[in-house]
Design a protein around this ligand. Structure first.
Ligand SMILES: [Zn+2]
Length: 390
């Protein structure tokens, strides 16, 4: 079976499709995923696959392709984002050229994650071209707006009722199987004092000095967090990203604001992480009548772990071994991705793709073309095994 399906995956076609979509500038903001969707839509339609483009707003598009199974099996979604971050500086190649050199393709999005999108699209088409009967449905979702965690992509599709029994997000994992992901909680803390002349500070209440008290307590929490461990992920962490406060050198600051980036592991909830910060504020307010602070949540993404014995993980493992002859590496993802939206919607999800996280978002981003073909083959087998009827 593996050999039959692999016949339908050609490196030439895989590379051509990748080059075509790398050449679409989908830098987010503003996104402009439409042209990229049109190319994938054509690719599916050529093979007689049912495909549609779902626009959230003009230019902000998603492509959804679906192959119906005969029933009796479980459905699998292959999900990948089409938007990319701005190229930035330092490139020696055209970031939207799709230059090929030494078995690698260079360009923004080659690793993160148009190679993963192509591996998924090619896998779906290989199954269709083989004429093999499936038990459950296969769905491909090429989505907008992942890089800014916006509403136009996976969130939009979920709101339209698009769902599946399990999902693979083909983010750059360097062909490792990532079954866990850290979560994010972004917060803003503001302290409030009372303005006065800087020459008579005893008449006021300095919000910056209050913030200093708060930040000292945060340092204690930081070391406590690093004592929490996870077998696949880095320990939870927090980082104070920005601070602003005061208006002039000779005025007692009436306000000071920090933003905090807290990363969670699957054993911690975002609410728990939030209440740890609230407790610090309450303790400081109880101890000092001049301390006043507020906490505001700016956004969150849930940490998750999909069990190692879930059929999707087992099938991905065995398919990896069938294609490569090696045992796969099971790992976790410290960064965020749309996988958290899918797991929040109750869809067991893993991450697996041909790109490399370490070259993502960098100058001269590239992908090894051989890995794209390998990923397509592994995904093909995984989907066939996972959608098979009981
Ligand atoms: Zn990505």
């Amino acid at each position: 079976m593996a050999a039959d399906l692999s016949k339908n995956i050609s490196e030439v076609q895989t590379t051509r499709l990748l080059r075509d979509i790398v050449r679409c500038n989908t830098t987010n903001p503003p996104g402009n995923e439409r042209e990229c969707c049109d190319i994938l839509h054509e690719y599916f339609r050529d093979a007689g696959v049912n495909s549609e483009i779902l626009e959230y707003a003009p230019g902000r598009a998603n492509v959804v392709a679906k192959v119906k199974g005969s029933g009796g099996g479980r459905s699998v979604m292959l999900n990948g984002h089409l938007d990319v971050v701005a190229p930035g500086t330092g490139w020696t190649k055209d970031p939207f050229g799709g230059t090929i050199e030494g078995g690698r393709m260079y360009g923004r999005g080659t690793s993160d994650m148009k190679s993963g999108v192509v591996a998924a699209a090619v896998a779906l088409r290989a199954i269709v071209d083989s004429g093999m009967a499936l038990g459950g449905d296969i769905m491909f979702t090429g989505v907008a707006d992942e890089e800014s965690s916006g509403p136009a992509g996976t969130k939009y599709l979920l709101s339209k009722g698009i769902t599946s029994d399990m999902a693979i997000v083909t983010e750059p994992t360097d062909l490792q199987i990532e079954t866990a992901q850290r979560g994010i909680l972004w917060m803003e803390v503001k302290t409030f004092g009372r303005a006065a002349h800087g020459g008579r500070p005893w008449l006021g209440n300095n919000a910056i000095m209050q913030m200093n008290e708060f930040l000292n307590r945060l340092k204690g929490l930081q070391s406590h967090l690093s004592s929490r461990k996870h077998h696949l992920l880095s320990s939870p962490s927090l980082n104070v990203g920005t601070i602003t406060g005061g208006t002039r050198i000779n005025v007692v600051a009436a306000e000071c604001t920090v933003t905090i980036d807290r990363r969670t592991i699957p054993t911690e909830s975002a609410d728990q992480a939030l209440s740890e910060i609230t407790s610090i504020i309450q303790e400081l307010e109880a101890a000092d009548k001049d301390f006043h602070a507020t906490l505001r949540e700016l956004g969150r993404s849930t940490a998750f772990e999909t069990a190692g014995d879930h059929p999707l993980v087992r099938n991905l493992r065995s398919s990896f071994t069938t294609v490569t002859g090696r045992e796969p590496i099971i790992a976790g993802k410290d960064a965020s991705s749309d996988a958290s939206l899918l797991t929040d919607a109750g869809i067991p999800t893993v991450l697996f793709g041909p790109g490399q996280h370490r070259v993502s978002h960098t100058a001269d981003e590239y992908v090894d073309l051989e890995k794209v073909v390998q990923a397509a083959k592994i995904l093909t087998l995984t989907v066939v095994r996972s959608t098979a009827g009981a």
